[in-house]
Design a protein around this ligand. Structure first.
Ligand code: GCU
Length: 630
């Protein structure tokens, strides 16, 4: 793949019709940054400095942007060059309606930082490959240990894509920081400088994932103890050197004491000690530490019923509320486990009012079909975002790579698009966002638009139906996490169990008889989750262990629900595939999605048959509708 064969995404140059045919004046009376002028020129607008313009970009006013539409002239204004850029992109989304007189539009982002986390390795990792949990080809930035300098134009296109949906921060490497990647902080810093230069015109600040052991592995010290003066000095000097080269460097992202990564526990220190040390080194430069709350015991004994992985982040972090420095952002996965298709909202997000919190979502579809299945995630995200008002930032694990479609599955682009749009405005309806994406990407006729909605709107719920039932989670093949393996994790150290036996299934997380997890929620959620009668069906097996004959709120028994949803899920995928066969769309997109839908159907059938058979054999209870179970 070369940079010239980049497949159009939702912002192909042609999508700039509203700008391309307009005369644009960048109002030079303010302090408009050259970047905005350059971005505008890049998108084909005819720049005029005097005389009549159709679109005026003007610095002034509030954060975010305002658009006023008068006869013959539309004006975008913002206090910042980033806001101006986002306003410019808003006019693109609006199309011709941006140039029809109408009420003033004021728009400001709900989340101050809207960040993408790339899990890209520089070297090809022997198990995880170039991009950990990446399903869209190789890294956009690195190949076999080296920066892809010849492909920087594509990185620029990518920066533009991100800016167009309001993303303003990007972490460029994997949270699991291996030996080569660690060096981005020191002798490989020039790579970061180059990439920061590419992202800067689009108001996207770069961040770096660092290893907590850096003072040892890079600095030659014999400790990384956060309270050791030499360690603190090393971080100060090292980070100051980064700021010398990248004055708008965003800061560092840290996965510590998690899944074998080094951290402050080795020195008897707390996570606050670790994070605050880095915060102190970054503070003079205006940088932040994103410290991940994904901390749990991954060497659990499956016989031990007292340890509950779902509790871990809360137990580690809630007691530290108020102990973190002001420029520490605690980054919390949206659920208590690990990006399953259905999880309750992490109780950490409601337990730390004196801590800056970021919610972490997974755009890359590790557990939601790995960009081989259609799974539009905005409905899930919309619900979890509205359920966690304390989160001030949103971070998403990127689903992009050097695939010509950017995301492997062409329809997975909608997830990236939706992430950005929800981070700007979480009140947008998922189907509205999807509609925008469909228009900008395909400009389809009515039939194709309707078919795309029919395939995508409900695709997350379809995926949920044919995979692990009622919120119990996992049941995936260990390691790569694709496809069914009901007991794959049941006797492993990872803390991901379902406890199915001949009588019932589910994890008792109640206060009364279980792990006490439900008690970590504020009222009324503690009571709702604790109560078998009130717990929402979709989370029942996450919160309770019940007999197969337990009657759900839907009126169905658990076992019959399992059978029904799994048959329904497969039928829905069959319907998706049929619709797709009839849709009129770009041939290369059609071909790619057709192949992937074949795989999705194969996989859904495998899920259905393994799950149904497993529970039929465990329970001995047949399907009341008499369908084929093996
Ligand atoms: C999951 C994922 C890992 C990743 C980890 C994390 O466990 O499978 O690949 O490193 O999450 O979020 O740190």
């Amino acid at each position: 793949m070369t940079t010239t064969s980049v497949h159009p995404a939702w912002l192909p140059t042609e999508a700039w019709r509203p700008i391309g045919t307009r005369r644009v004046r960048v109002d030079v009376t303010g302090t408009v940054r050259d970047e905005v002028r350059a971005a505008c020129a890049l998108h084909g607008g005819e720049l005029v400095t005097t005389g009549e313009a159709d679109l005026i970009l003007r610095i002034g006013g509030a954060d975010g942007y305002a658009i006023t539409r008068e006869r013959h002239v539309t004006t975008v204004s913002s206090a910042t060059h980033a806001g101006l850029l986002h306003g410019l992109f808003a006019t693109v989304r609006m199309g011709e309606s941006a140039f029809v007189p109408g009420p003033r539009i004021d728009s400001a982002p709900a989340f101050a930082r809207r960040m993408l986390d790339h899990w890209d390795n520089l070297d090809v990792h022997p198990v995880m490959g170039q991009v950990e949990r990446g399903y869209a080809g190789g890294s956009l930035f690195w190949r076999a240990g080296a920066l892809r300098t010849a492909d920087l134009p594509r990185v620029r296109d990518y920066a533009r894509l991100l800016a167009s949906i309001g993303i303003n921060a990007v972490a460029l490497n994997n949270v699991n920081v291996h030996a080569t990647e660690a060096r981005l902080l020191t002798d490989r810093l020039p790579d970061l400088v180059t990439l920061a230069d590419v992202f800067r015109p689009y108001a996207v600040r770069v961040h770096l994932a660092v290893t907590f052991a850096a003072p040892i592995v890079l600095g030659g010290l014999d400790t990384a103890d956060p309270l050791d003066p030499a360690v603190r000095a090393w971080w100060s000097v090292t980070l100051a050197a980064v700021y010398e080269r990248i004055p708008d460097f965003g800061g560092v992202l840290v996965k510590a004491d998690s899944e074998g990564r080094p951290g402050p526990f080795a020195y008897g220190r707390t996570h606050a000690d670790g994070a605050n040390m880095l915060a102190e080194a970054l503070a003079p430069h205006g940088g932040v530490v994103h410290w991940r709350a994904f901390v749990y015991n991954h060497r659990q004994d499956w016989r031990d019923r007292t340890t509950d992985r779902a509790r871990a982040a809360y137990d580690h972090f809630a007691p530290l509320d108020g102990a973190f420095a002001g420029n520490v952002v605690l980054q919390v996965k949206h659920g208590p486990m690990d990006f399953q298709p259905r999880e309750p909202i992490s109780p950490v997000l409601a337990a730390m009012p004196r801590t800056r919190l970021a919610m972490e979502l997974q755009i890359t579809q590790e557990y939601t079909g790995q960009q081989r299945h259609v799974c539009y995630l905005a409905p899930m995200w919309s619900a979890v975002i509205s359920g966690a008002p304390a989160a001030r930032e949103l971070a998403g694990v990127a689903n992009t790579g050097d695939d010509p479609f950017w995301t492997g599955h062409p329809l997975a682009q909608a997830n990236l698009y939706a992430f950005g749009r929800l981070a700007w405005d979480p009140s947008l309806a998922p189907e509205t966002i999807l509609d925008e994406w469909i228009t900008l990407t395909f400009d389809p006729d009515d039939a194709a638009r309707e078919a795309l909605h029919a395939i995508m709107d409900e695709s997350w719920r379809t995926y949920e139906r044919y995979t692990a039932p009622l919120g119990v989670g996992f049941m995936v093949r260990p390691g790569h996490h694709y496809g069914p393996d009901v007991d794959g994790y049941e006797y492993t150290p990872w803390g991901t169990y379902h406890f199915a036996d001949r009588d019932g299934v589910g994890v008792d997380r109640t206060v009364a008889t279980g792990t006490g997890y439900t008690g970590l929620y504020p009222y009324p959620w503690n009571e709702i989750f604790e109560s078998l009668a009130d717990c929402p069906d979709e989370l029942l097996l996450f919160m309770h262990h019940v007999p197969y004959t337990h009657v759900l709120r839907s009126g169905e028994t658990v076992i019959q629900h399992i059978y029904d949803t799994h048959f329904a899920g497969v039928s829905e995928v069959e319907a998706m595939r049929e619709r797709w066969q009839r849709i009129k769309i770009a041939p290369d997109v059609h071909a790619r999605v057709s192949t992937l839908l074949d795989e999705q159907l194969r996989s859904a059938i495998e899920w259905r048959d393994q799950i149904n058979t497993y529970f039929f054999r465990k329970s001995g209870i047949g399907d009341i509708r008499g369908r084929k179970i093996y």
